[in-house]
Design a protein around this ligand. Sequence first.
Ligand code: MN
Length: 191
Amino acid sequence: MFDLPELPFAKDSLAPWTSAETFDFHHGKHHAGYVNKLNAAVLGSDLEDRSLEEVIRGSRDKTPKVFNLAAQHFNHSFFWSCLSSEAQSPEGELATAIDRDFGSFDEFKNQFTDIAVAHFGSGWAWLVRGADGTLIVKGYHDADTPAFTDETPLLTLDVWEHAYYIDHRNDRGAFIAGFWEHVNWKFVATQ
Ligand code: MN
């Protein structure tokens, strides 16, 4: 059985960027729905009582219904951990790696923002560490996830409409612009 994790911050502490009402829906309805449907989907299957890693690895390219639910559980849990009520900046080795692979922090932000803004339809913008150690930004469609691949997930932003529609309506750009004031770089640095 998978459980819905608690938000690692007070649900009203990221307003006005993302309101408590959005978290009531995004965490309390959408994420909870993925968890409940995932538990129902694996019940009685050979993926019952497996870890999330085993379920994601075991369903990828084989059982899309299970994979989508498991991947969304991972993606949302990771996304909550990427958020902070306090503005932070990357430090130490992470800051060095960003400068090394993107040229500067501003250039990284521009590339990540471009991918998030331009992403067509539902999905996720990710910063990942590739197998060779290089940091890269890329978009993933729908529920797709870098989790348990040869890439290491570092930072993500949910660009499904349900992430921003209550607070920003159709203005995904405003949602992305405010994201930079709420990134938990201390979490990203531990990945
Ligand atoms: Mn979402």
